[in-house]
Design a binder for this molecule. Structure first.
Ligand code: HGY
Ligand code: MN
Ligand code: MN
Length: 422
């Protein structure tokens, strides 16, 4: 096997052009991207992605949950491919880079190999995982979780969004409910490039994050039932105010996370009052909550603490609070051989770097439970993500894609490449 020239680089302008080209699908006036999974804008970007992968000589397939796999042939097609890629769906107030950089950089890696006339020993598979964000349908990283065996395909297909539309119906609407069973596409390893979505790399002026761990996550759905009554005539001591009780739950989540710092985090991102009215004391509401920590024991402590806090609030305020744990993702430890391959490629290319734990969840975190997996981070401006202001530099995105290229070449093996200048 020959060794790829370490000066082999991706085409920076082509990658950057793709990022801005695809940002049009669901582009928002503030420069963000609103491309909820399985919606019309997701179909647009999926169609664009399929065409671009086929133009790059890949064979594209789609599985029963809509995940897309684009195979670039290798010399030995009997071996499972090296998987690369990420996701193309976004948050409602998403940006141009979260998931999109990793998916388009994976496509760019294939094109750079094509341009260099490189044939790899084993095939390469570029992936677009369905519903990584978990905003329209829970859980997050839904399709890769099903791929890793955490959920059955039937369970996921039956999941409903806020309008009662199932995943199955949404897939059919955009014609991305593939014939292939989830899990049919095998891999020998998976490497994902992603923006850090946090402030560390930028603050330390590091170009590359060599990701060795990922936080664990717990998601909850909650309801609070008090008693709706007249805002003017109900004396304060007699109230069963669901929203006032909820406000104590919010502060309890925040306090628990702070008390288990510095790495634990807790957030309540959604609340919906049933039949809200300015002169009715809120009787019923629904909300979602989440905790994250790199340590499983801390997740246990946070979970226990929240149960206790909620029971106390409910008793004191004479309301009923139901808290359902709907998802728990254990912390991820990525494969050391792969993490070292990322570190070696980074060193060879001469990029400043540091080891880093991922605060966000990623498809690679699910895949790491069933195959060797690793991640590469690049900085994003002010660490902002899940916000339309999300931004990154062309130079950093290019560096990340170059590290992905050389990591993949090391893992896939170079069977042959065009003569220099050939
Ligand atoms: O929630 C997450 O960490 C990811 O952005 N879906
Ligand atoms: Mn993401
Ligand atoms: Mn995200």
């Amino acid at each position: 096997m020959t060794k790829a020239k370490s000066n082999l680089q991706i085409d920076s302008a082509r990658l950057w052009g793709d990022i801005f080209e695809t940002a049009k699908f669901g582009g928002t006036p503030k420069g963000g991207v609103r491309r909820l999974t399985l919606g019309p804008e997701d179909k647009q970007v999926r169609d664009w992605f399929r065409t671009a992968c086929e133009k790059a000589g890949c064979e594209v397939s789609v599985d029963a949950l809509g995940t897309m796999f684009a195979i670039r042939r290798g010399r030995d097609m009997s071996k499972p491919p090296i998987g690369i890629g990420s996701h193309l769906d976004t948050q409602p107030t998403g940006g141009k880079f979260d998931g999109i950089l990793g998916t388009l950089a994976a496509l760019e890696v294939v094109r750079a190999m094509n341009d260099a006339g490189i044939e790899t020993e084993v095939p390469i598979c570029v992936c677009n995982w369905t519903n990584e964000e978990g905003s329209r349908y829970a859980p997050a990283m839904m399709a890769s979780a099903a791929y890793a065996g955490e959920y059955t395909t039937e369970d996921i297909l039956s999941r409903k969004d806020a309008d009662g539309i199932t995943v199955a119906a949404a897939l059919d609407t955009i014609s991305y409910r593939g014939a292939d069973a989830v899990g049919k596409q095998k891999f020998s390893a998976f490497v994902e490039l992603h923006i850090e979505q946090g402030p560390l790399l930028e603050a330390e002026h590091k170009t590359i994050g060599v990701v060795d761990r990922g936080q664990g996550i717990i998601w909850y759905d909650g309801t609070i039932s008090g008693f709706a009554s007249h805002a003017g005539t109900t004396p304060m001591p007699l109230r069963k105010d669901a929203l006032a009780a909820f406000s104590e739950v919010v502060l309890a989540v925040e306090k628990l996370a702070r008390d288990h710092g510095p790495h634990a985090v807790g957030t309540i991102g959604e609340v919906k009052i049933d039949n809200p009215s300015r002169n009715v004391i809120p009787g019923d509401l629904a909300f979602s909550a989440e905790f994250r920590s790199p340590e499983s024991a801390t997740l246990d402590a946070l979970h226990e603490g929240l149960q206790k806090a909620v029971a106390k609030i409910a008793a004191r305020r004479k309301v009923t609070i139901n808290l359902e744990k709907i998802w728990r993702k254990e912390p991820t430890v990525f494969d050391t051989r792969l993490v070292d391959a990322v570190a070696n490629a980074t060193q060879e290319l001469g990029y400043s770097n540091r080891r880093i734990t991922s605060g966000a969840g990623h498809d690679a975190c699910n895949l790491a439970t069933v195959m060797p997996a690793a991640m590469i981070f690049v900085p994003c401006k002010d660490g902002i993500s899940h916000n339309e202001l999300e931004d990154a530099t062309q130079a950093d995105c290019t560096a990340g894609a170059n590290v992905l290229l050389h990591t993949v070449l090391a893992l896939a093996g170079v069977a042959s490449e065009a003569k220099a200048g050939g």
